[in-house]
Design a protein around this ligand. Structure first.
Ligand SMILES: Nc1ncnc2c1ncn2[C@@H]1O[C@H](COP(=O)(O)OP(=O)(O)OP(=O)(O)O)[C@@H](O)[C@H]1O
Length: 233
């Protein structure tokens, strides 16, 4: 699903965070959205998911103006959000989570397809989510989003607090779904993950995209990474 963001402004009360931000994400592309703490990455993702109302500008999905749409309407249009903090329902099993996600009657993934992306979840399908490891919970949250058959998936820090080996498993899963044509906007501090699964990278500073390039180019551009992201080395 093609995403076009035009002069988007949003914030909290009097505090404006996004200052007329422009962003283009062609259908089927995976984009890493990078930037130091507090530049507005989560604010952008929440605005795109309908959790925050923009105060200005426009958001287009496949050319259709969806500015100000509520989260449920955006979800039905094919937008899925994997928010920070991997919230699961502790007393429901893995399988019940996935079954609930596909209950809305629209297009869905067969649960088995989620299990192909995350074999670990298949092994844990009868376990309560509250008993899963942090990594398994994150797989469940991503799996739940995939089960709704999204066309654009917004992810906010999926690697947060996960062991490196689990981050590798999440990366492998993301590569798989991107290969299948899903459009991905990935907010991520773990550069190994962010640069390992995306073709394009964008860097935010104070509510604006200030740098955009193919991911391999950014990976080879240490001065820019140092300047905009504070990467050591
Ligand atoms: N609910 C809120 N109410 C008021 N201000 C907020 C709220 N959430 C975030 N902010 C402020 O908005 C600005 C941008 O925050 P945001 O979380 O979007 O940044 P970020 O780039 O995602 O940061 P991080 O990388 O630390 O997650 C920050 O100054 C933050 O303090």
């Amino acid at each position: 699903m093609k995403l076009e963001v035009r002069e988007l402004s949003a914030g909290y009360g009097q505090g404006q965070v996004l200052h007329g931000l422009d962003l283009d994400l062609p259908a089927g592309q995976a984009l890493a959205l990078l930037g130091r703490n507090g530049v507005g990455k989560t604010t952008l993702v929440c605005t795109l998911a309908g959790l925050l109302r923009p105060t200005g500008g426009r958001v287009l999905l496949d050319g259709r103006d969806v500015t100000g749409w509520r989260p449920d309407r955006l979800a039905r249009a094919g937008v899925a959000l994997v928010p920070q903090g991997r919230r699961v329902w502790p007393a429901l099993t893995v399988h019940e989570h996935l079954a609930l996600a596909t209950r809305h009657g629209g297009r869905t993934w067969p649960t088995e397809r989620v299990y192909e992306v995350f074999p670990r979840l298949a092994q844990r399908r009868r376990h309560l989510a509250g008993q899963l490891s942090g990594g398994e919970q994150q797989m469940l949250v991503i799996g739940r989003a995939l089960a709704t058959d999204p066309r654009l998936i917004l992810m906010d820090e999926p690697s947060e607090g996960l062991a490196p080996i689990v981050v590798d498993q999440v990366a492998e899963a993301l590569r798989m779904v991107v290969r299948e044509g899903l459009t991905l906007l990935l907010v991520e501090h773990d550069l190994h993950l962010a640069l390992g699964v995306t073709e394009q990278a964008a860097v935010m500073v104070r509510g604006l995209i200030v740098h955009r390039c193919p991911t391999p180019q950014l990976r080879g551009d240490l001065p820019t990474m140092r300047r905009l992201l504070g990467v050591a080395g």
